[in-house]
Design a protein around this ligand. Structure first.
Ligand SMILES: [Zn+2]
Length: 416
């Protein structure tokens, strides 16, 4: 698939979206994000729902801890797309990619897509109070059992050096998170280098990268993470955003006990809110992944090591009772970390404020402003939406959003 075809396909989708709107059946676009200016219209900027977002919150502590760098590889060597994601022979993956690009608002000139994706993120941050930052994820290749790269089996790749450079170019907007496969021969050198260059954490997606967190092969890597005090953000539960196939069991939250036992601070991405995994404590039985995460949260031995990020928990494919549990478990809030999983909040069909309001999780009056905010600034939208959620009078406490305290080690030392 050539870049030109890709861009034509994006504009084809855009036309489909516009047709839906002009038919007059929809108050708001429903398929494609119209990518309005990140400068908010006066009425929206004055919305009480936006003002509420910042009540009791210090913007300088608000780091969105789960943000993806996407692109098509038309910039430098920093982003590469695996063959499956780049082929119309895999229509589902290909369509996903088109939506990612639309959410990032980059239907633009060939040669500028990667760059515009980054700029669009930076302008969204610039429209929020000073101090807010996004933590950008690198993404390592799939590696086989011998620790060799397999481009063929990879979905996409974002180089550590690229994430680092993007963050360095926009220091007021971004921090960066390394991705290092523990089976690589140079894994420890890579980790040392990333820590020295300011990485705030390491990100794994075990089922997509072929990493078994319960394997002894990770032990040296875990020892180094613990020594460097770098958190490990690891995807748990079913993975819909990138293809993962038969490697799904590697995302079992219980497999992360090995990392925690080695002293690593672990962040379970999305609090494992989707899918089922084998209950390794009772082999042969399967339980919702979220239940296994909840079990770990309840075990005193992991109190200082286990955390969960609340990215993607509001997607339509999550059950409302999972969201309700996260809201009412105030005893967990000190261990939850906010992230958006951007660009996903910009993909209109994935999240529905209206449905959340119908489920009683959101005031109906907040829906129009939130939906309009998403068309201008999906990053801000995700934060404002989570700050507005409540169930039985319980909301996420401000500390869930003050994630800098967890990732900024210097800050820890200052406070202690
Ligand atoms: Zn993600």
């Amino acid at each position: 698939m050539k870049r030109r075809h890709f861009l034509m396909a994006v504009s084809g989708l855009a036309l489909a979206g516009a047709a839906g709107m002009s038919a007059g059946r929809w108050h708001r676009p429903y398929l494609l994000n119209p990518c309005r200016s990140t400068t908010l219209p006066q009425a929206l900027a004055a919305s009480p729902w936006l003002a509420r977002t910042w009540q009791g919150l210090d913007p300088a502590r608000v780091w969105d801890c789960h943000v993806h760098i996407a692109g098509i590889g038309d910039g430098d060597e920093g982003v590469k797309v695996g063959p499956k994601l780049d082929s119309v022979l895999h229509p589902k993956l290909y369509a996903q990619r088109l939506f990612y690009m639309n959410a990032g608002c980059v239907a633009t000139q060939p040669g500028t897509v990667d760059e515009n994706y980054v700029l669009r993120m930076a302008t969204q941050v610039a429209e929020m109070p000073v101090g807010v930052k996004l933590m950008l994820f690198a993404f390592d290749w799939f590696h086989d059992e011998r620790g060799e790269v397999s481009v063929e089996r990879s979905t996409f790749f974002v180089a550590n050096d690229y994430a680092r450079r993007v963050a360095a170019a926009h220091p007021a907007a971004f921090e960066w998170v390394a991705s290092i496969h523990p089976y690589r021969a140079d894994a420890l050198d890579q980790l040392e280098a990333a820590a020295a260059q300011g990485a705030r954490a390491v990100k794994w997606l075990p089922a997509a990268q072929n990493i078994d967190p319960a394997s002894a092969r990770c032990d040296a890597f875990y020892a180094a993470l613990a020594r460097l005090d770098l958190p490990l953000i690891s995807h748990c539960g079913e993975e819909k955003a990138v293809q993962s196939s038969q490697l799904e069991p590697l995302g079992n939250p219980l497999r992360l006990r090995r990392a925690m036992a080695a002293g690593v601070r672990v962040v379970v991405a999305h609090c494992a809110t989707m899918g089922e995994d084998e209950d390794l404590d009772q082999p042969g039985r399967h339980r919702p992944s979220f239940e296994l995460f909840a079990r770990l949260m309840g075990q005193a031995e992991w109190k200082d090591h286990l955390h969960g990020d609340i990215s993607a928990i509001l997607l339509r494919n999550r059950r409302p009772d999972v969201i309700k549990t996260l809201l009412v478990r105030e005893d967990w809030h000190g261990r939850l970390l906010n992230g958006s999983d951007y660009p996903l909040p910009g993909i209109l069909p994935l999240m529905s404020p209206k449905t959340l309001a119908t489920a009683g999780l959101l005031p109906k009056a907040a829906v129009p402003d939130l939906e309009l905010l998403r068309e201008h600034n999906p990053v801000y939208f995700d934060l404002a939406l989570k700050r507005t959620l409540s169930w039985q009078g319980k909301s996420f406490s401000p500390q869930v959003f003050a994630t800098r305290d967890f990732f900024d080690k210097g800050q820890h030392e200052l406070r202690d």
